[in-house]
Design a protein around this ligand. Structure first.
Ligand code: TRP
Length: 329
């Protein structure tokens, strides 16, 4: 049997965060040997909110550069841009016609985003999950590494695959969510009850992968904790400290007991500096490589062109099969 197929992606809105790095990309790096991996930049999904065109173009390349700088080897993984494999838009439309309004209206991400962008509740925002299903099903992906917030979208993808298979015979692999046990869920530094988000209103809430060392240090020093002054893992009662421990653990590979022992008798001041330094040191080589790659536009173009070609091989086969089955010439 061949390797299992993995597909995942990140939208090209804004700058990537420490959450994207530790919660997603860093995990992907660990999977590149064992699986046949497809990682895309979901720039079509990004259109569901308004973007400045130049910024969207740049962000797309920045994410690709981050993928490579963080250690995703373009020789081992298929790295591509969603819009460059036209099969996504095409299967997306087809799947729209097999997705019910009712199931789409239950999506919490739609409800959240509709509340946040009340002046632009467009049809794309509503049918977003059908395009995401297309992204996944085109590659017959077995596993989809996603965060908790995407689980519902994965469920609808599975429902769509099963619905289609039932109507037309086996066409799609029914994918599974893949949440690595060790994978970190990084929360905001100012609001440790919600996921660290690129669109946070308080800039101190989020560490960007591109942040300079001084900025990282400053943000960690300002991180919200509690008044106990004791380093102990307890996400319920001590969300701020526990989040800092998660970050430290993801970077150093130490478990919570080890971290508690390491900082026994020490205060939050020392702890925050240690966490900040671990992040700064870990990001340094990634940032250096990132800057270098981003300047080399020809190299990036070569990677995404090759990636799209390789992605299309699999995607076009699936789409042909779908079109044949439903009677589209
Ligand atoms: N919706 C995902 C997010 O916002 C991004 C995404 C688009 C994705 N297509 C995907 C993730 C396919 C996994 C698989 O995080």
């Amino acid at each position: 049997m061949g390797k299992k197929i993995i597909l995942s992606g990140i939208q090209s809105t804004g700058k990537l965060t420490l959450g994207n790095y530790l919660g997603a990309i860093n995990n992907w790096v660990h999977m590149q040997e064992e699986y046949d991996c497809y990682y895309m930049i979901a720039n079509l999904h990004t259109l569901t909110v308004r973007n400045d065109p130049e910024e969207l173009r740049n962000n797309t390349l920045k994410i690709l550069a981050t993928y490579i700088a963080a250690g995703l080897d373009p020789e081992k993984n298929t790295l591509f841009i969603q819009s460059q494999v036209k099969e996504h838009a095409e299967l997306g439309w087809i799947l729209d016609c097999y997705t019910y309004m009712g199931e789409l209206s239950r999506m919490t991400q739609f409800k959240d985003k509709a509340a946040k962008h009340a002046d632009n509740i467009n049809a794309g925002l509503f049918t977003y999950p059908a395009l995401m299903a297309a992204d996944i099903l085109l590659y017959q992906a077995d596993l989809v590494p996603v965060g908790e917030d995407q689980r519902q979208h994965l469920e609808i993808t599975r429902d769509l695959a099963e619905r289609f298979n039932k109507l037309y015979g086996k066409t799609f692999v029914v994918p599974e969510a893949y949440v690595r046990k060790e994978s970190a869920r990084i929360m905001g530094l100012q609001d440790p009850e919600s996921k660290m988000s690129k669109s946070a209103t308080n800039p101190n809430d989020v560490i960007f992968i591109e942040d300079e060392p001084e900025v990282i240090m400053k943000k960690f020093k300002k991180a919200v904790t509690d008044s106990e002054n004791r380093i102990k893992f307890d996400p319920e009662k001590k969300p701020g400290v526990s989040n800092l421990m998660q970050i430290y653990s993801a970077i150093t590979d130490k478990n919570m007991q080890e971290i508690e022992a390491e900082f026994e008798g020490k205060g939050y001041g020392d702890f925050k500096v240690a966490v900040a330094n671990s992040v700064i040191d870990n990001l340094k080589p990634v940032q250096e490589k990132y800057k270098e790659i981003l300047q080399n536009k020809d190299y990036l173009k070569e990677i995404y062109t090759k990636g799209a070609e390789s992605a299309r091989k699999l995607a076009s086969k699936t789409l042909e099969d779908v079109k044949n089955k439903i009677g589209i010439l």
